[in-house]
Design a protein around this ligand. Structure first.
Ligand code: PXL
Length: 278
């Protein structure tokens, strides 16, 4: 059985970060170890939340795992809350990287042209350095712009996306996949670039006129799970995009508040079908 570790916070209520990554990747038949970087009562889009930092646990956990000679087929990072956490995760990569495992970084910090309240431009530059150590990065367009000093555009063409992808792989990441790429009215999707060949792929589907919190985490977790199931990059991101879109579609039909999160639990059977598990 493949084994991954995911490093991100646990927002106890609100369906994002670890409460999404753990069930989805486990359901896909992949052992999912975790390093919780902080415990929050809810994610930070609620008007109030508690926060207990666990930064000091990262190194001791890594040291113990090193002693136990524990290895991972992938290391997947999501929301990280401070410069110190980025530095510790970077060190974790140095310790646990192998020739045949995958470092997957989702540089969660911004959307819709704006950084989340907890972050500033200096943080984005530090996250860019972490992305430079990754095999695969999955920023949205806003995150890509902050990391590469590029102008954020709501209206753009394919050349703009290709230029962003070139700048992202120039950070050092082997493969960059931009999310939320819309090249046709009413559609959204992902475009990826392989730094070794410069080749790109694009997958898009109908865009639903809503945006829910936590869907980026669902997308990234599913892509990690699919890669660990042996799917190609292109197929993994197609599976992840379809699962996320399907989950948004079923959630729209309920009276769920958009900032809360989507009903991914309901669509796990569809996900398992899409990877041939049932
Ligand atoms: O879904 C990303 C995410 C993860 N964790 C926390 C967050 C967010 C986005 O706002 O606040 C704590």
């Amino acid at each position: 059985m493949k084994k991954i570790v995911t490093i991100q916070d646990i927002s106890c209520v609100g369906k994002c970060s670890l409460t999404v990554a753990l069930p989805i990747i486990s359901a896909m038949g992949v052992e999912t170890a975790v390093i919780p970087t902080a415990v929050l009562s809810t994610h930070t889009m609620f008007s109030r939340f508690t926060f207990h930092d666990l930064t000091q646990e990262i190194d001791p956990i890594a040291d113990h795992w090193k002693e136990e000679k524990i290895e991972f087929d992938a290391i997947y990072t999501g929301y990280l809350g401070s410069f110190e956490q980025i530095a510790l995760v970077s060190k974790f990569f140095d310790t646990f990287k192998k020739d045949d495992n995958i470092i997957f970084v989702d540089p969660v910090m911004a959307d819709h042209g704006k950084l989340y309240p907890a972050f500033d431009e200096a943080f984005a530059k530090e996250m860019a350095k972490l992305c430079g150590k990754a095999d695969i990065i999955v920023p949205n367009i806003t995150e890509a712009c902050f990391m590469t000093d590029s102008e954020y555009k709501e209206v753009y063409d394919e050349a703009y996306i290709i230029d962003l992808l070139k700048k992202l792989v120039a950070l050092g990441a082997k493969k960059a996949v931009l999310t939320g790429v819309s090249l046709k009215d009413g559609d959204t999707g992902v475009m990826g670039m392989d730094s070794a060949t410069g080749e790109t792929f694009f997958y898009s589907h109908k865009k639903l006129p809503v945006s829910f919190h936590g869907t980026g985490d669902i997308f990234a977790s599913t892509a990690v799970g699919a890669l660990m199931n042996g799917f190609s990059m292109e197929d993994s991101f197609r599976i992840a995009a379809d699962y996320t879109a399907k989950t948004i579609a079923v959630t729209v039909d309920t009276d769920r508040d958009m900032w809360y999160g989507v009903n991914f639990e309901q669509t796990i059977p569809d996900l398992l079908k899409s990877i041939g598990k049932v």
